[in-house]
Design a protein around this ligand. Structure first.
Ligand code: FNR
Length: 352
């Protein structure tokens, strides 16, 4: 294939990618019981270093952010050391890697963190509204009604995000992607379904964007705008119900993000052919129209469909998820026009 997809792309003055194919963040639940990356994870990421940029699986910034088993962290020195091995391997292979920083908010469950006897054992969210249903892979656990976050909690959370970003740089990551998508903590502030606050963090687009922007700005102050990116889900599709008013929140939030000069903005979707009435179409088209810097699309793309869309200037970069699980050598296969192995869910049980 001879297309822009395989040509280098300049994110900014500090970071140039070898090509426009990103490995999407993919939670694999394979860290050890101290949430430290393992040697198998070092090899797994190393095999995928041909991606223009690897975005790590979501990494929790502190214990009470955990909602799934064995998701890695970036708050202890052992975790930082573990990630150093991953980033060293990726760099040795000529690749680049960002850390995706995660707090699941109301999708967390004390089952995962109360055992550590820390003093922040509450599930925390903008409002005391539980997610429906049971915890994945733990069917006997139901989601809890979260504690409404206080202003003091917010200050601590912003500090913890910034500290995790510093830890990521110490661990050798090229930058961080703030996980602002998929119904987790930051996204919970940005949607009316989960944010019913009546203080300066709720009710209006400016207020609902306040905490997400505080996190963005604290991370920029800690590691620089060139190394800071964010993933967002203006279309509610996961752990969240849609509200037509969400549109105004994202219009405002995106206008603010544009002024931050981030490394990139990443769409959080499983299927970008899905349309949302209140966004006027697909999520990527909505983001393109409302954000003027580098845009990463995701959700059901092939190299061919992404290449065509990039040629039509619909977005700048593509993130590939499931096909990267099935094909560690995805980029080589695209270059050589080789057939891809088809993804299946059984592949999630091991790190090939
Ligand atoms: C995901 N996705 C995801 N997204 C995210 O922002 N952080 C994460 O940790 C994960 N984890 C994750 C695990 C697994 C097993 C899957 C399948 C997906 C979403 C992912 O990044 C991507 O948006 C979707 O997979 C859609 O892209 P593809 O797979 O159609 O290329």
């Amino acid at each position: 294939m001879n297309s822009k997809l395989l040509q280098p792309y300049n994110l900014n003055s500090l970071i140039t990618l070898n090509n426009r194919i990103l490995m999407a963040p993919l939670t694999r639940c394979m860290a050890d019981d101290d949430l430290v990356p393992t040697q198998a994870m070092v090899e797994y990421y190393g095999r995928r270093a041909e991606a223009g940029l690897i975005i790590s699986e979501a990494i929790i910034i502190r214990p009470d952010g955990q909602g799934y088993p064995n998701t890695p962290g970036l708050f202890s020195s052992a975790q930082i050391e573990g990630w150093k091995k991953v980033t060293t391997k990726v760099k040795q292979q000529g690749g680049k890697i960002f850390a995706q920083l995660w707090h699941t908010g109301r999708v967390a469950h004390p089952f995962y963190f109360q055992k550590n006897n820390n003093d922040c054992a509450d599930v925390m969210a903008p409002s005391a509204i539980a997610v429906e249903g049971t915890v994945p892979r733990m069917r006997e656990l139901t989601y809890q009604v979260p504690k409404e976050i206080t202003e003091e909690d917010i200050t601590q959370l912003v500090n913890d995000y910034a500290q995790a970003a510093k830890n990521a740089i110490e661990a050798g990551f090229d930058g961080v992607e703030i996980h602002g998508a998929n119904g987790y903590l930051i996204d919970q502030f940005l949607h009316y379904d989960s944010n019913r606050r009546i203080d300066r963090y709720g009710e209006t687009p400016e207020n609902m964007s306040r905490f997400p922007l505080q996190v963005v700005d604290a991370i920029i102050a800690a590691i620089g705008h060139e190394r800071t990116a964010i993933r967002v889900s203006p279309g509610a599709y996961f752990n969240m119900a849609a509200d037509v008013k969400d549109r105004q929140v994202f219009d405002y939030f995106l206008s603010q993000l544009t002024t931050r000069d981030l490394a990139y903005l990443h769409e959080g979707m499983f299927d970008d052919s899905m349309t949302f009435d209140y966004l006027g179409g697909t999520v990527s088209a909505y983001l393109r129209a409302n954000y003027s810097n580098t845009l990463v699309a995701a959700g059901g793309y092939t190299a061919e469909s992404a290449s065509n869309a990039i040629d039509e200037n619909k977005f700048d970069l593509v993130a590939i998820g499931r096909a990267f699980i099935a094909n560690p050598d995805y980029v080589s296969k695209v270059k050589q026009n080789d057939e891809l192995v088809e993804y299946s869910e059984e592949m999630l049980t091991s790190l090939i």
